[in-house]
Structure formats: C-alpha cells, structure tokens
Design a protein around this ligand. Structure first.
Ligand code: ZN
Length: 311
C-alpha cells in the first residue's frame, strides 16, 4: 500500500459489545472510538453504530469504506442472499440479522468489508501487529467463547463456511472429568476451556481463580492439545492468542503462555522437528496479540481498507 491509507469506518461486532472506530490504523491513526452494548435488538445497536459513524464522518471527512468483523456464525458467500448476515446464532434476536445491509443502507455507494471477528483480528495482527510479515498463521481468541481465524498464503481462510475452531473436539487433559460447558457439544474446546467453563470448573469467575487451582491444569492441558492439533492441521508459522482468558487471574499472562508453550511441545512430542517449536523459537511461535484488545476493531479497519482498495 503506497501513500496514506484513506479514513475508514470500523465495527467490531461482538456478542456483548460493538466497538466502533474511525481512522487509518491503530494508535494515533485511530481518530475516534466508541462502543455500544450488543443487546437483543439488532436494529437498535446497528442504528447507534451507523449514527455514530455518520457523526464521525461529518467531523473527520468522508469514509472510503466500512469494515465489520462480526461474531457468528456469519454468511461469507457473496453469491448467497444471506451474505453479510449472522446465521444460526443462539443469541436472542440476532438470527438472520443483516449486518452488511445496514451498513450499505447507511453509507450508500461505499464498499463494505465483512468477515468473522477472528478473521478480522487476524488481518489486523497481520497488518499492524504480532503477525507482520507472516503469511501463514492462526489468530485465536479465548474469552467468553473460543474462536479462531486463519491466514494461509496471505489470504484469510473461508472455505465451506468459515473456520469454527472453538467447537472442534479436543482431547481433555488426563483425568479431567469435567462434563463440559458448550450447550451444543459439551466437551468441545470451548466447552472445556472458555471463560464460562473455567468458572464452572472452579466455582468462581476465571479472573479470580488462584494460580494453584487444579482448574488451570485441566484448562492448559486441553488448550495445549488444541494448539497441537491446529499446528498439525494448518502448519501455521505463528499462533497469536488473544482474549481475556490469557490474563489467567492470579496465574498471570506470562505463566499462562509459558505453560501453554510447554504443554503444546509435550502434546507434539517432538514429532514436528523445526526450530520454531523448540527453545527458544517456541516463545515466538505462541504469542499474545500486539494490538491487545484492539485487535478486533483494528481488524475491522483493515477489512475496510481492503474493501476500499477493491480487495
Ligand atoms: Zn461446542
């Protein structure tokens, strides 16, 4: 990309809040930022979002495009009448919500970029963050739920629908008898390791779970198995892991990552023989997001930039 990128609008559409921004990139290039509760009425929050973006446009200048990185599942098939909509979510009020349509109506003639929240965050980390210069990598978020986005050969992976890594079956840690917290699958990865699963295991919110609580052994064991599985399937050159669970309460983020790296090495058992998976390379293989909690909204900005450029 040459010259200064245009000003775009960005929306990280999350299950609990919509984070909006206007600008050219992260940090000082982000000119304004706001957030609204997702709630159970799509028309209400989409109205708040588009009104806010229009007000920023009046202040900062015309938006070249709008990008949305959305919770899902979403339809990404441009040939489908459902393109740009949330599809089968159990979230009250949100089934079939037309996200892209709302943006097109509010900003006629402007391109609208659209992808999953995690694919968006992956694109943001690729452009400005922990995956710069890495064209094959995975972005994971572990928080209220678990999601994964992937880039292969410099392109975001869509495929049949889009990756739903959080709901893959994962081997639990040895001796883990927890029944699982996913309403659909019980003991899928999200059912074993997301925030609600940790809270159910420990009987307290994940951020309060003490460092020596056995819940962490079970969670980090299954997480390590999941990262090993992803490494075997997609052969990523890096795994960027965001979301609130990585802060890991009193265990702390540094210890969480150290144990996750060691656990992933154990799960792979030396079979994938490459420096990235040994010491000290492993510390650059499993990393936190460089954009921190802005990965999602920056990703939406990157989606908008790509839409403005006709990509
Ligand atoms: Zn599940």
């Amino acid at each position: 990309m040459t010259g200064s990128p245009p000003i775009v609008g960005a929306v990280e559409a999350g299950g609990t809040k919509f984070v909006c921004a206007v600008g050219r990139g992260p940090g000082a290039a982000m000119l304004a930022r706001e957030q609204f509760a997702t709630g159970d009425d799509p028309a209400k929050v989409l109205g708040q979002v588009t009104a806010w973006l229009a007000a920023q446009e009046a202040r900062h200048g015309s938006l070249a495009a709008v990008g949305v990185a959305s919770f899902g599942p979403v339809c990404l098939d441009r040939q489908s009448p459902a393109y740009g909509r949330i599809t089968t979510t159990p979230k009250p009020g949100w089934r079939d919500a037309d996200i892209v349509g709302a943006m097109r109506r509010a900003f006629p003639g402007r391109p609208v970029g659209f992808d999953t929240d995690v694919n968006g965050a992956a694109l943001g980390e690729h452009r400005w963050g922990a995956a710069r210069g890495v064209d094959d990598f995975v972005y994971l978020t572990v928080g209220t739920g678990i999601g994964g986005g992937a880039m292969a050969n410099g392109r975001l992976v869509h495929g049949l629908l889009h990756p739903e890594m959080g709901h893959m079956p994962v081997a639990p840690a040895a001796g883990d008898g927890f029944a699982g917290a996913c309403a659909i699958h019980g003991r899928c990865w999200e059912g074993l390791c997301a925030g609600p699963a940790i809270a159910a295991r420990a009987g307290m919110p994940a951020e309060l779970v003490p460092a020596d609580h056995p819940a962490w052994d079970a969670v980090l064991g299954a997480m390590s198995n999941a990262l090993a599985a992803i490494t075997c399937v997609l052969s990523p050159r890096r795994i960027v892991l965001g979301g609130s669970v990585r802060r890991a309460g009193t265990l702390g983020e540094a210890e969480f990552f150290a144990r996750l790296r060691a656990g992933t090495q154990r799960a792979l058992a030396g079979y994938l023989d490459t420096p990235a998976l040994r010491e000290p390379g492993i510390a650059e293989f499993i990393v936190p997001p460089a954009l921190g909690d802005d990965a999602g909204v920056c990703g939406a900005m990157a989606l908008a930039q790509d839409a403005a450029a006709g990509r």
